[in-house]
Each structure stands twice: as C-alpha cells, then as structure tokens.
Design a protein around this ligand. Structure first.
Ligand code: GLN
Length: 446
C-alpha cells in the first residue's frame, strides 16, 4: 500500500487520475489486513482498490467530479465498497471522471482532464477515465467504474485494460450517485480477465437497498474461466463493423475474430438492425432520467451552496447555475425538454419504443448465438480537446456501447492489439446474467 501510494503520487502530475488519494486511511486499512491475513472470505486482503468518485465512501470526499459536490463527505459506503472492504481491500483513492459520469473523455471533470498513460496528449476515454488510467499505469490491479452508456468499456479499450459492465441488476447500485438509473451499472476495471472475475465474485449479489438488484444466485466467476470456447457460437453484427468505424480498428477486430475461430468458436455475421438508432434513444432516455435524478442537488442538502442568494428561489438557481458544468446543464435541459408535456410522446416515448426494438433484436440473435462480438469503440483514443467543441461527435463514440445498456446486457472490453501505438478493445456481449460465458470468451482470447 505504501508503494502504491508512492506510485500514484509519482504519476499524478502526468495523469490527474485521482480526485482524492486516501493517504489518511489507506495505511491503517493495510495494517488491519496484515493483522487479519488472507483466507477464502478475505481474498482481497491488503489489495489496494481505486473507486470512481461517483461511488460513496463513508467520511471520504465523494464529488462525482462536480463543483456542486466539491465538499461532500458521505455518511455511508456504497454496497460495492462495503463488500470489497469486507473482503479485505484497501481503499486507495477516488478516481477522476467526467462530471456526474456524463461524457466519454474525462474532459468534463471539474477537477481537470485525465491523461491517457499510453500517450498523455490523448484522452483516457470516459467517463471512468481516472480508473482506467490508474490501472493502465500499473498503480493498482483493480478499480471500479460505472457504465451508463459505455463508461467502463470505452475507457478500458482506450487504455488497454479489461472492463466489464455486468447485467443490469447483478451489482447493487446502492451508493452510486445516479446518472440514469435504468442504465447505470457498476463494474470492474482490471489488468486481466481473471482479476475482473475475482472482483465480480465479491461485488455481485442481491441487496435489498437497490430495488432493481437481482436475487439470482451468483456463480463463481473465477471457476468459470476454463479458457475453452470450442463450439461457442459467436455472432458479429454487421452494423458494428460498418460506417463510422476506423479502418485500423476494423482490421484489429477482424484479426481478433480469426483468433476466436482458431480457438474453436464458430463465427457468423448477424444483424442488430435497430442498434444504429441506439445513440438517438440513449441521448433522450439518459438525459431524461438525469434531469430527474439531479433535482436533488439544490444547495440545501448537499455540497456547494451559492454565497450570493437573497432569497430561496435565487439560492436554488444560483447554486445550480454555478455548481453544474456545461455538459451537465446540457443534459438537464435536453431531459427536461424531452419529458415536458408537449414533447413527451414525440421524444421520450419514441426513444422508449426504440429501446424495446433494440432489446428484441438482441433476443433474436441470442436465440441462435451464445455471444456477440465487435469493437468496443469506433476509434482508438483521440486527442485531448479534439472533440470537446461538438457534442454530437463526442456522442457518436458511444454507438457500439449503448446498445448493451439499453438492453441491460453484460458486456466486457478486452485488449485486442494496437493501432498506431494505441490500444483497441474487443467487446463481448452476452445474454442476461451470462457474465461467466462473457468473461470466459475474453479469457480465452486475452
Ligand atoms: N459517454 C456516454 C455519455 O456521455 C456514457 C457515459 C457513461 O456511461 N456514464 O453519456
């Protein structure tokens, strides 16, 4: 833990991966772990773990990378934090992210941009960019991220690490600062598939404090890693290798698919015809839920409060105007508009219908295929500042990741080589609660 703290501090100037490094308590937690030792219930004993700063940690600053929570110290731990602490993990720090996890480059953070350790002029992806960067830099073996439209998988791809978004309901969202509650899931970001499986063994499971949490039994994900994928039926959606996909990325993914075939899987082209409308549906539904979830940040209950208000109305308006950044305001406006009486049918309902069509597309393919594979992101990491001027360009980055969120499916990104010296991710999407097969496919491949 001491060495990890040193490494993190050595890298912070270059990476800015953390909002808070837990210098105060990490060593005491490590000492506790030394005293209790390691056993089967305590498999993370003394292992430093980094948490995305939208996961609450009792008494430890939790900001969601927003000015509006710049001084927020939660009174409880997120369920995932409680579980990992119970398994012996040391809370090493809280990682930087796009403000309220809204973004794909970690450039919307109130605490400044995160840099990609492969090339610090490039973004680390987002929104879990800090978690991805610190794992890729070799500081920690494991971090947690959250994924609403790709925020675990896309930064995992951009940093050459493994990132899993579990099935909706597999991991409790208790203590995750909500962005879009019907899409959000917490998941592991690690240096290899085995470690992702080990983390899932700890964080998955039911929690009565999250009404959408599943009570389905949790398998042993590590034991499920046989590495054998002979006879596995893989579908590759033609929409995932078509327009908008970088030539180099397409090449790497085709090579990856050949490797999966060589390992004994059968591969066919399939179609997810409505997935091409995923972005449009996501950027209505996500902001709609966000506009509702973010109402609670009013300057009364949490964090920042404007010093400039003369009455209650002004207190609300100025706190929110001063406390939220541009991207968050854009989403609140988009969502409020989509939910307003005059546009609810034309926007929200239409997006909800597209979501259903996307779910149906997946069901049809999964009737014949075990997993779906394709790229995680259409390009490798782009330059810092390159896409901040045009939100639409930034949103298009999520075209390959949002379908799994809209359908609630498990999906992993696993490293699949380099393009121009930058990592590319192979995405494996599975049936609901089929994390074991998804992880085993990635394990056989890596
Ligand atoms: N990049 C997507 C967005 O901006 C996804 C974010 C996420 O998964 N939290 O909404």
């Amino acid at each position: 833990t001491q060495q990890t703290l040193t490494n993190i501090h050595d890298h912070e100037d270059a990476l800015n991966a953390y909002v808070t490094v837990n210098d105060d308590e990490a060593l005491a937690q490590a000492k506790q772990a030394d005293e209790s030792g390691i056993d089967a219930d305590n498999v993370f004993s003394g292992v430093p773990v980094a948490y995305k700063d939208n996961l609450t940690t009792k008494g430890l600053l939790t900001t969601a990378a927003s000015k509006i929570l710049y001084n927020f110290k939660p009174v409880y731990d997120a369920d995932v934090v409680t579980r990992l602490r119970a398994a012996g993990a040391v809370t090493i720090g809280k990682t930087n992210l796009d403000e309220f996890a809204m973004g794909g480059s970690t450039e919307t953070s109130y605490f400044g941009t995160v840099h990609n350790p492969w090339d610090t002029t490039k973004v680390p992806g987002g929104s879990s960019g800090g978690s991805a960067a610190t794992v890729a830099a070799g500081d920690v073996l494991a971090a947690l991220g959250s994924d609403t439209g790709g925020s675990i998988r896309q930064p995992a791809a951009f940093n050459g690490i493994v990132g899993l978004k579990p099935t909706y309901g597999r991991v409790s969202r208790w203590g995750l600062i909500a962005f879009a509650s019907s899409l959000d899931q917490i998941g592991p970001m690690t240096q290899n598939v085995t470690d992702a499986a080990a983390m899932m063994n700890v964080i998955a499971g039911s929690d009565e404090r999250d009404a959408t949490s599943s009570s389905k039994e949790v398998p042993d994900y590590v034991a499920g890693l046989s590495g054998d994928i002979k006879g596995l039926k893989i579908g590759v959606p033609k929409e995932f290798l078509g327009e908008g996909i970088d030539e180099g990325v397409r090449g790497q993914i085709k090579t990856a698919i050949k490797k999966l075939e060589a390992l004994g899987a059968t591969v066919d082209e399939v179609s997810l015809p409505h997935s091409t409308h995923g972005i449009q549906a996501y950027y209505i539904l996500g902001p709609s839920e966000a506009s509702s979830n973010l109402q609670r940040f009013d300057g009364i209950r949490y964090g920042y409060r404007t010093p400039n208000a003369k009455n209650l109305e002004e207190l609300y308006v100025k706190t929110r105007s001063e406390g939220f950044g541009d991207e968050v305001k854009r989403r609140i406006m988009l969502g409020t508009f989509a939910l307003s009486a005059g546009s609810f049918d034309a926007f929200f309902m239409k997006a909800a219908k597209i979501r259903t069509l996307i779910i149906e597309d997946f069901k049809k393919v999964f009737a014949d295929y075990d997993v779906i594979v394709g790229p995680t992101a259409p390009t490798p990491a782009f330059g810092i500042g390159a896409e901040t001027k045009d939100p639409m360009t930034m949103y298009m980055n999520d075209m390959l990741t949002v379908p799994a969120n809209l359908a609630g499916l498990p999906a992993v990104s696993v490293p699949a080589g380099l393009v121009d010296g930058l990592p590319v991710g192979l995405q494996v999407i599975g049936r609901p609660f089929d994390e074991s097969r998804v992880l085993n496919t990635a394990f056989a491949f890596e």
